[in-house]
Write a protein that binds this ligand. Sequence first.
Ligand SMILES: Cc1cc2nc3c(=O)[nH]c(=O)nc-3n(C[C@H](O)[C@H](O)[C@H](O)COP(=O)(O)O)c2cc1C
Length: 214
Amino acid sequence: MNKKTIILMIAVIIAVGVVFWFVSSNKKLESKNNSNTNTTENGNSNEIQEENTNDKDKKIAVIYFSATGTTKKVAEYIKDATGGDLLEIIPKEKYTDNDLNYGNDNSRANKEQNDSNARPEIKNTINTDNYDIIFLGYPIWWGDVPKIILTFLDSHNLNSKTVVPFCTSGSTGISESLNTLKNYNKDIRWIDGKRFSSSTTQDEITNWINSIND
Ligand SMILES: Cc1cc2nc3c(=O)[nH]c(=O)nc-3n(C[C@H](O)[C@H](O)[C@H](O)COP(=O)(O)O)c2cc1C
């Protein structure tokens, strides 16, 4: 073999190597893209991700009502776990201890919960326009959502948005309040949320958020 042939052979080997590398790296990219699409189309159990191939681009708000601070703490944990914006539903008339006395049939909270038309006024303006996913938090009152949550739903168009309810309570679960919310507005994309206790930790919330996103 002369020198020219050897150089030609080396050049051919390098050229074949370059072509092989190019084709295989393109294939890897293609299969990565396909697997993303499949996650979306296969009806993955994660309801949030089903429609959102790019969840990182979705804007999140954590909106809550809290009369004595328990739900507020959970809302702050969710804000930290999601990086969303924290927005409080502030009642026009603050709830006093007497208002919250569930042992008294005539307390404000009890009367509101017994009145299907009660819609306690909200003091502040909450702009939900720019959000795609809303975590909506409240304390359980007599097994259900406080009526001010219905005032909030009446005054904000959340249709086509994803709403994840969460609540705190002494012991009652979230299910009755979930039914109320789902029946109140069937156009909202409700995700089954979760009830937390007053001793809930940041870790518990972060794990819950991760389980929704998996
Ligand atoms: C009027 C009223 C009714 C309540 N009803 C229930 C109930 O049915 N079940 C329950 O487990 N806790 C009930 N609670 C307790 C609250 O759900 C609980 O203390 C909650 O964590 C308070 O949240 P907050 O501090 O964000 O207001 C009630 C509290 C009030 C004031």
